[in-house]
Design a protein around this ligand. Structure first.
Ligand code: PMP
Length: 455
């Protein structure tokens, strides 16, 4: 293997020492937290960061946060897209605070809801919107709608995709091509093979074969894979998928939760895609919980007809598996309206994308200089490097390039120099507030880390 494991573990040990010495405040909070929460974190995956204990945050603004030890960080993780708009953007904070002070949740709509829906409709070209607290819920709900109106049992997902904690999507292909639970799938309610067909990204014949079963209610895809490194679609893949899905009478659901990095209307608007439904979430309300899905009028009309076949009203909509008491609450709606109208505007995208281009060039320069067999891929204001020489073509190729030890070292090295990289993979995200100096801090540290391994 080209990575000297002894050297890697020595370097890692040095970085662990550096972390321990610099972060006593986080250590103290973690000790207390461990008494009341497994691993000392409010959600277990927060234990997957590099370092012996998690960094506890004090405050954040724009592209920076300060931890409880007073260290300034350039945040390239941005809450794994939840804070893609930057931390605490003024217009969102103002609208959210004002709404909160006038009441948060009523089980009744506020004026902001239609304004938020209109903003989303304008961006994605889909006419009818519903709101949730998370992208996960939006995915779950739109899949239920698709199964209801088609009367078909199955969902197609892409191998190694991620759509939140959606049971149907926690499936993968085993070496024999069978659908199995994905590694790490905790207590699946049923064998995923019952609910799900899995096809590799960029594989048109596999998609057509899945649809030919006649069992498919919906095909749920990210327009580019972003959760196993970045995997871009081949030319023509989207058009072929849309054609095949529609010919099969199924619904095409495009999850733009992450790919909103590509433009104000995600890849759907940028590339003229043809979904029946679009899912968004994470950053759309400036960092507070909010998700949404949009539907074509035709899809929404079929849902309406299925819910109310006799025209007697929507008697069962509160117990149908689509909902959430706080979904569509007034604060989320105010947050979406202000964030889309005043923060994540079309005007901020060129700057965000330019920062990602700089970041990509910085990473590429180190790869070239030190002749490391890695590659870096950019998608709008998001970019990611992977430990393979050429861009991956599907999720399996991307997954095979994983190197957890190497990744933990690189992330810890960055963290020790005040740079936060998204855990689980090697991704960086640029907010409207991210500057060229912020990017340069990463470029310098990354070169140093790569040189420590290969110089
Ligand atoms: N869709 C995609 C593409 C995602 O990457 C994620 C989360 N990483 C989700 C949906 C789910 O978002 P949430 O966890 O906020 O519900």
């Amino acid at each position: 293997m080209y990575v000297d494991r002894t050297r890697l573990s020595t370097l890692h040990a040095t970085e662990l020492e550096r972390f321990r010495a610099a972060r006593p405040g986080s250590a103290t909070l973690w000790e207390v937290a461990r008494e009341v929460m497994p691993e000392g974190v409010p959600m277990l995956w927060m234990a997957k960061w590099p370092g012996p204990w998690p960094v506890f945050v004090d405050a954040a603004k724009g592209a920076h946060f300060t931890c409880v030890d007073g260290i300034d960080h350039v945040d390239l993780c941005l809450g794994d897209t939840g804070a893609m708009v930057g931390h605490a953007p003024e217009a969102s904070v103002r609208a959210i605070s004002e709404r909160l002070a006038r009441g948060a949740t009523f089980m009744l709509p506020t004026e902001d809801a239609a304004a938020a829906a209109e903003l989303l409709a304008g961006r994605f070209g889909l006419e009818r919107w519903q709101f949730t607290l998370s992208a996960t819920d939006a995915n779950r709900h739109v899949l239920r709608y698709a199964r209801m109106v088609t009367g078909r049992p199955k969902v197609v997902v892409i191998d190694f995709s991620y759509h939140g904690t959606v049971d149907e999507a926690y499936a993968t292909l085993d070496p024999e091509g069978r659908v199995v639970a994905r590694r790490g799938n905790m207590g699946p309610p049923v064998d995923p093979a019952v609910t799900t067909l899995v096809v590799p990204f960029n594989d048109i014949p596999a998609m057509e074969a899945a649809l030919a079963t006649g069992d498919v209610a919906a095909v749920l895809i990210e327009p580019a894979m972003t959760n196993i490194g970045i995997v871009l679609p081949d030319d023509g893949w989207h058009e072929a998928v849309a054609k095949a899905v529609h010919a099969a009478g199924a619904y095409l659901v495009i999850d733009e939760t992450h790919t909103l990095c590509a433009g104000p209307g995600g890849m759907t608007a940028r590339d003229g895609l043809r979904p029946d439904a679009v899912v968004v979430g994470k950053t759309i309300a400036g960092g507070i919980p909010a998700g949404a899905w949009g539907m074509t009028t035709a899809f929404a009309d079929r849902v309406r007809a299925a819910l109310d076949p006799d025209g007697e009203g929507l008697e069962d909509i509160d117990v149908g598996g689509v909902g959430g008491t706080l979904a569509g609450n007034a604060v989320s709606m105010a947050g979406i309206r202000a964030t889309l109208a005043e923060v994540l505007t079309p005007e901020v995208y060129p700057g965000m994308i330019a920062r990602a281009t700089e970041w990509t060039a910085g990473v590429q320069a180190a790869i070239d200089e030190l002749q490391v067999p890695w590659q870096v891929t950019q998608l709008g204001c998001r970019a990611e490097y992977s430990f393979r020489p050429t861009p991956p073509h599907d999720g399996r190729e991307a997954a095979d390039a994983d190197d957890f030890e190497l990744q933990q070292y690189l992330h810890l090295h960055a963290l020790n120099r005040g740079i936060l990289i998204t855990p689980f993979h090697n991704m960086a995200l640029m907010s409207p507030a991210t500057t060229s100096e912020d990017v340069a801090r990463h470029t310098e540290a990354f070169r140093e880390a790569v040189a420590s391994l290969f110089g």
